[in-house]
Design a protein around this ligand. Structure first.
Ligand code: ZN
Length: 363
């Protein structure tokens, strides 16, 4: 099933229709805008894994990886996994955000900051499910922006992981240690395909984050952040690697042989905000009445939903003779555009149409 970054709830309906009878689907709650939140249950094993995706509505890559993974898991060759595991899967915890392509839910709340107060219906759905199912493991599935490097001036962080902390001191509790060890195993399994592109997310404790809370309650929880691979703004490549990582995680649990020291976890480079999407060199920039020739101009793409598709709009971020940043792409300004003096306003969209077309990406 080919999909794009925009994955509205309706895109899942045909997927649900095509599921075999061995996958049960149940509506376990409704969003602020009254959209159904579905739970898929597959497998009949003793070890229970709760996984949820798109609690941030604009993070569809992990959901799309699950659209590949679920049919794979229930297929005959994976009988040994079906007998070992029961998977409880929520593909879209925040269907309103998925519909509107927003991180937040329809009340403007970040569901990953609502784990203590549970003010939102979607938060309650997840909390109640957790309480009911008492999972052995949790997978908290997210996406991250293109801005992260795996380590200072490292490669693009195509997938990042986190074993969330359970207290301010970031103590390595037994459940946290298990999550760390699983992450090391995942990193080892992915590093040939994604060399130096696996990052470790900041582990500052925040009790309002769901992963921190479930770790606190004693469940090893692995947070996935689907990131960027150069020239793949639809993130189909990351999707494939995530699909592989879900299978790898199950095989690892099945073999029960993943005893890594915590140092191996901390050796995974931490995410650093070192990347911009694009740097154009040779630009003349005007700011506050001053003109600067031969500058590097850094661009981020702003994602916007238009006519049921995501468009990537170039936004001005920084300029300088030599920017201390990495870029997913570098362009030398063509001669015919050298005479244009670009009015710089930080965080504003590029308006000059020649520059806009220069920055366009195939989506
Ligand atoms: Zn997220």
């Amino acid at each position: 099933m080919t999909t794009k970054r925009y994955l509205p709830p309706s895109a899942l309906y045909s997927f649900f229709e095509g599921l075999p009878e061995t996958v049960s689907r149940k509506v376990i709650g409704r969003s602020v805008n009254d959209l159904p939140i579905s739970l898929l249950t597959l497998g009949k094993g003793k070890v229970k894994i709760l996984m949820w995706s798109q609690m941030h509505g604009n993070e569809s890559t992990t959901t799309r990886a699950l659209l590949d993974f679920i049919p794979w898991f229930v297929d005959t060759p994976q009988k040994h996994l079906q007998e070992a595991f029961t998977l409880c899967v929520i593909l879209q915890l925040n269907p309103d955000g998925a519909q509107a392509y927003t991180r937040l839910n329809a009340n403007g709340i970040d569901l990953n900051r609502d784990a203590v107060d549970l003010t939102q219906p979607e938060s309650k759905v997840l909390h109640d499910l957790y309480t009911l199912e008492k999972p052995d493991y949790c997978l908290n599935l997210h996406g991250q922006r293109t801005l992260f490097a795996a380590g200072k001036m490292g490669e693009t962080a195509s997938i990042s992981f986190l074993a969330p902390s359970a207290d301010e001191a970031r103590t390595v509790t037994a459940p946290r240690k298990k999550a760390m060890q699983l992450i090391v195993e995942l990193k080892n399994g992915l590093q040939d395909a994604l060399p130096n592109q696996i990052g470790r997310y900041d582990d500052a404790f925040n009790p309002n984050c769901v992963g921190d809370k479930f770790t606190q309650l004693g469940t090893p929880t692995v947070l996935f952040e689907a990131g960027h691979v150069p020239n793949d703004y639809q993130r189909e490549t990351t999707r494939r690697h995530l699909f592989k990582s879900f299978g790898l995680l199950l095989e690892t649990l099945l073999e029960d042989n993943f005893d890594h020291p915590t140092e191996a976890y901390y050796a995974i480079p931490e995410n650093v905000k070192d990347f911009v999407d694009l740097i154009i060199t040779g630009v003349t920039v005007t700011e506050d009445g001053n003109s600067y020739a031969e500058q590097e101009l850094a661009i981020h793409y702003k994602e916007e939903l238009r006519d049921d598709a995501i468009v990537f709009l170039p936004e001005m971020k920084f300029f300088g003779v030599k920017l201390p940043l990495k870029a997913h792409k570098k362009i030398i300004l063509p001669e015919e555009l050298k005479n244009i003096s670009l009015q710089f306003k930080k965080d504003n969209l590029l308006e000059n149409l020649d520059f806009v077309s220069l920055c366009s990406i195939k989506a």
